[in-house]
Design a protein around this ligand. Structure first.
Ligand SMILES: *[C@@H]1O[C@H](CO)[C@@H](O)[C@H](O)[C@H]1NC(C)=O
Ligand SMILES: *[C@@H]1O[C@H](CO)[C@@H](O)[C@H](O)[C@H]1NC(C)=O
Ligand SMILES: *[C@@H]1O[C@H](CO)[C@@H](O)[C@H](O)[C@H]1NC(C)=O
Ligand SMILES: *[C@@H]1O[C@H](CO)[C@@H](O)[C@H](O)[C@H]1NC(C)=O
Length: 447
């Protein structure tokens, strides 16, 4: 192991695997290690089902009614991909799509007044939705038209709105939208977790609603995609990319020490040997002392033998419970998937609830979601601490990822990846540039 690398990466979570893939493609010499014997770290998919029972200390083995243990791939971090979002762009640019197969998620729902409704996001859907009264529908339709026509390069489309100054609250007022419509627009179309966005300049929200609509337009049923065999396929896809470009992968490697000299990382000690490096990327678990705890997320994996009521028998879906509807500060999310995506036995469904913890009794906080899923055959509850780096790597050249948050899409994960990339290289991760140069960079090499 007495070799010198440009970059050593610790932990095979999705963030780390994407970064090691990108760095390898850029010609860096990369060594990637994980203390576990499987890929994915915190973002792994667990298979067979027995391993999930063991991991959560559920006594005994799965009952026969759970079907074949090997048919299960259960994500520890539930997330969907936005069809037009940043992760799909990264997958396409790097051509990692060739290792994976995706299927659209059947439906997207929102909770209002104790009931669930399909999220209307097109004008036609909005006109027939039971979520709004007739006059409200007309106003919402005008609002959606305004958003879809909004072009920052064309003041005529802005109708006096300054994208950098006008608050989103003012835009909602401009269209006289009611609190319920504001709730589902902000939380189930723009996918905000809290209401802080209301006071911010409107451009971010406008772009998020556009992302939702454009993603929805791709496949029609929902804006979300999910890979066959589970999210664990994603880090493995990027690990294969890295390997094609000369990256070295080692699993089950105990990490004894991250060696720092004069405030700068110089290597990693594993099994008595030191591999040297110029830069280090790792997840918070490898360097907890250079992070701070910023909160907690509760995730509850629920195995069901039925689809969720009032979702038209959809075999995959998302339900968002906006915080205002249940007197909270953060939304509650439910992601449901099944054998349709090869992640559960026939006739079984995996619904995963997640939210940011606000009290000392997190399980009670998610009760509105649990009630939607009843009856539940088996529950697996986890409460995890969230960390973010305190050392941003300027001097140490150590780049630590953020813990996965409670959102059920990958946009925040991609923001973290772009942020680390910028800090490591001093330049922005430029999608357009990568897309233009795709042929030069990848050419035939990925064959
Ligand atoms: C489901 O639909 C039924 C019939 O329309 C309704 O009575 C019930 O309140 C709905 N429940 C939820 C959670 O949406
Ligand atoms: C808004 O800010 C962006 C980035 O700072 C700038 O490029 C753009 O010209 C601004 N737009 C307006 C209308 O002021
Ligand atoms: C999913 O739900 C939508 C309506 O919400 C319905 O049109 C569609 O048929 C459902 N899909 C399946 C496979 O049940
Ligand atoms: C579904 O699961 C519930 C909860 O474990 C159980 O009571 C019920 O009998 C099951 N139904 C079928 C058809 O297996």
């Amino acid at each position: 192991m007495n070799e010198e690398y440009d970059v050593i990466v610790l932990g095979t979570g999705l963030t780390e695997c994407i970064l090691s893939g990108i760095m390898s493609v850029k010609g860096k010499k990369v060594l990637h290690m994980d203390r576990n014997s499987y890929y994915g770290a915190e973002s792994a998919s667990i298979t067979p089902l027995e391993d999930l029972y063991k991991r959560f200390n559920i006594p005994g083995s799965p009952p026969d009614s759970m079907g074949k243990s090997r048919d299960w791939n259960v994500d520890l971090i539930p997330k969907f991909l936005m069809a037009n979002g940043q992760l799909v762009r990264m997958l396409l640019i790097t051509q990692v799509t060739r290792y994976l197969e995706f299927k659209v998620v059947e439906g997207s729902y929102v909770y209002k007044g104790g009931k669930i409704y399909k999220v209307p996001s097109t004008e036609t859907e909005a006109m027939t939705s039971l979520l709004m009264g007739l006059f409200e529908k007309r106003r919402f339709r005008k609002f959606l038209l305004f958003i879809s026509n909004f072009d920052v390069n064309d003041p005529k489309t802005m109708d006096g709105v300054d994208p950098n100054k006008t608050s989103m609250k003012a835009i909602f007022q401009k269209f006289s939208l009611s609190q319920d419509v504001i709730d589902f627009t902000g939380h189930s179309l723009a996918l905000y977790r809290t209401d802080d966005y209301l006071e911010q300049p409107c451009i971010d929200t406008i772009n998020r609603i556009k992302l939702y609509s454009e993603s929805l337009a791709k496949y029609g049923k929902s804006p979300y995609l999910y890979p066959l065999y589970g999210l664990g396929e994603l880090p493995q896809g990027f690990a294969r990319l890295s390997a094609i470009y000369g990256g070295t992968y080692m699993l089950k490697k105990p990490i004894e020490e991250i060696v720092v000299e004069n405030g700068k990382v110089v290597g990693v000690k594993s099994e008595g040997e030191i591999a040297r490096c110029k830069q280090l990327i790792c997840d918070p678990s490898y360097l907890i002392e250079r992070t701070s705890k910023v909160g907690q997320v509760i995730r509850v994996i629920c195995i069901l033998n039925h689809t969720i009521s009032n979702t038209s028998d959809n075999n995959s879906c998302q339900i968002i419970i906006p915080q205002n509807q249940v007197n909270r500060k953060h939304d509650i999310y439910v992601c449901m998937i099944s054998s349709a995506h090869n992640v559960a036995a026939q006739g079984k469904y995996t619904a995963i609830i997640s939210t940011t913890v606000e009290t000392n009794d997190p399980e009670n906080e998610i009760k509105p979601a649990l009630d939607l899923l009843k009856p539940i055959e088996q529950k697996f509850v986890s409460i995890t601490d969230q960390y973010e780096p305190t050392d941003m790597g300027t001097d140490s050249q150590i780049f630590i990822s953020r813990s996965y948050d409670a959102t059920t899409h990958f946009e925040t994960t991609c923001d973290d990846i772009k942020d680390i990339y910028r800090r490591m290289t001093g330049s922005d991760f430029d999608f357009a540039e990568m897309e233009r140069r795709k042929q030069d960079i990848f050419g035939d090499a990925a064959e």
